[in-house]
Ligand binder design. Structure first.
Ligand SMILES: [Ca+2]
Ligand SMILES: [Ca+2]
Length: 463
């Protein structure tokens, strides 16, 4: 096990991340080095420091590839545990699909620069990477223009697919959903995955290639224990039709953690659950995680949504058929905790900033800050504390542009609440509380936020 500490400016050492020997990044880190990839035009809206250290150097069996054919051969012939290092360049797949059926395979750029290795489907390749084995890692890559799902995580007959890690990946213009997570065989599931530090986007050019608005960011069915953190996901909407969410776990998924993501200009931000009937596609859990349901169908069990920025401000999104629908939606979601999120839009959503819907939905909604409605629908239940709704964009550093950090003048939100123990760090990994009390929403205000994190890292290795 590797433990990373970060040296705080004051000299205090904070526990940042605990990395299991498998390389899977745990979620309870407070923070680590900032992202090093190319700056984005709207970088100001991103957290000041994210829990995104570089992947550890490749170890063990490694294979270097520099052509599409070498890449295909390496994937098809990989030994368990092998790392495939891809040389910088653009790889026009022209129909080829990388189907990983060997456990423990890592597919990553040799340089570590995710923008320097582009696997391009050119809308000819349907799925760029299929993951059908456990302990597979994709890292430091760009995947663009898949005709269907650029990444498809699936179980196989008689075997679960566990511990998928998708880390520092840039996905551009998926023809369908960017990351699809599916049980492809009855009784076998795709659990315990991680999607982190990645940028997933649908651009105006890519939007023209989406059919019947079958698109979205991350879409998971019957999946358990996934962590989706520190990602930027943007642009998932259609001129006609309602896009899937930027992040959606449903069809009896369970215990998803969604944290510190920045979601911009998506028709729907985060969704736990959607439907009230499994339609024959039901995963049951023997420990009965929602006794109140009495055995009736639940579309998402448990889980945490915390410290996310969800923003909509694109006039083209608002002008589209369905507009900006909702920031966070809990539909037939039993036992979810929704804490310290900020949802802001420059115009009213079609539905709500945050909503909880259907009788088996039972939500803890704590210390969230939104510009429009918190909406209880169709006999759902919520335990509400510390939330602020109908707030002006003036509370934020740049409310019109989507930097949802609190402005110094945001007295309505600053030092107003106590944070729950399971929301002790904010979207920038600032520990709560700063000042006299914790602040409402995803940002804990700090006047000198840029100076909090020293660039020096102290790394301790403990076997
Ligand atoms: Ca405070
Ligand atoms: Ca902060």
């Amino acid at each position: 096990m590797r433990i990373i500490y970060h040296k705080w400016a004051s000299g205090v050492l904070l526990l940042l991340a605990v990395l299991p020997a498998s390389g899977q990044y745990a979620s309870f880190c407070l923070c680590a080095a900032s992202q090093t990839s190319a700056p984005l035009a709207h970088a100001a809206s991103l957290p000041a420091a994210r829990a995104c250290p570089p992947l550890a150097p490749a170890a063990g069996d490694t294979v270097q590839v520099a052509t599409v054919q070498q890449l295909l051969n390496a994937v098809n012939d990989a030994a368990p545990g092998a790392t495939i290092l891809i040389a910088d360049g653009i790889y026009n797949l022209n129909g080829a699909c990388l189907s990983i059926i060997t456990p423990g395979v890592t597919l990553r750029s040799s340089s570590g620069d995710r923008e320097a290795v582009v696997l391009d489907g050119n809308y000819i390749t349907t799925e760029i990477v299929q993951i059908l084995a456990s302990n597979v890692t994709l890292g430091d890559l760009t995947l663009r223009e898949a005709a269907a799902h650029p990444i498809h995580v699936m179980s196989s007959d008689g075997a679960h697919t566990l511990n998928t890690a998708i880390y520092n990946v840039h996905i551009v213009d998926p023809g369908e959903q960017a990351i699809k997570i599916n049980p492809a065989a009855a009784g076998s599931y795709t659990d315990d995955g991680l999607i982190a530090c990645s940028h997933i986007e649908l651009t105006a050019a890519g939007r023209l290639h989406v059919n019947d608005c079958y698109t979205g960011g991350v879409d998971a069915h019957q999946a358990r224990n996934w962590i989706v953190r520190d990602n930027l996901i943007e642009g998932f909407w259609c001129a006609s039709g309602l896009s899937e969410h930027a992040i959606h776990f449903w069809r009896s998924s369970r215990d998803t953690v969604v944290e510190r993501n920045v979601l911009r200009n998506n028709a729907r931000g985060i969704g736990f659950g959607l439907v009230t009937s499994g339609d024959g596609s039901i995963r049951t859990y023997p420990d009965n995680p929602c006794p109140a349901a009495g055995g009736a169908y639940v579309d998402h069990y448990g889980g945490i949504i915390r410290n996310n920025f969800v923003f909509a401000g694109d006039s083209a999104l608002f002008a589209s058929e369905d507009g900006f629908d909702s920031g966070i939606s809990l539909w037939q979601a039993c036992g979810v905790r929704v804490m310290h999120n900020t949802v802001a839009s420059t115009r009213a959503p079609s539905a709500s900033s945050i909503e909880w819907r259907f009788p088996l939905t039972d939500v803890d909604l704590i210390n969230n800050l939104v510009t429009h409605d918190l909406w209880e629908r169709d006999n759902a239940t919520a335990s509400l504390a510390g939330n602020l709704q109908h707030q002006p964009l003036a509370l934020f550093v740049n409310g019109a542009g989507g930097d949802l950090h609190l402005a110094a003048s945001a007295a309505a939100a600053i030092d107003q609440v106590a944070a729950p123990a399971d929301a002790s760090g904010d979207i920038d990994c600032h520990l709560r509380p700063l000042g006299e009390a914790s602040d409402i929403g995803a940002d804990e205000y700090r006047a000198d936020a840029d100076k909090v994190w020293s660039p020096s890292l102290l790394i301790l290795l403990i076997d």
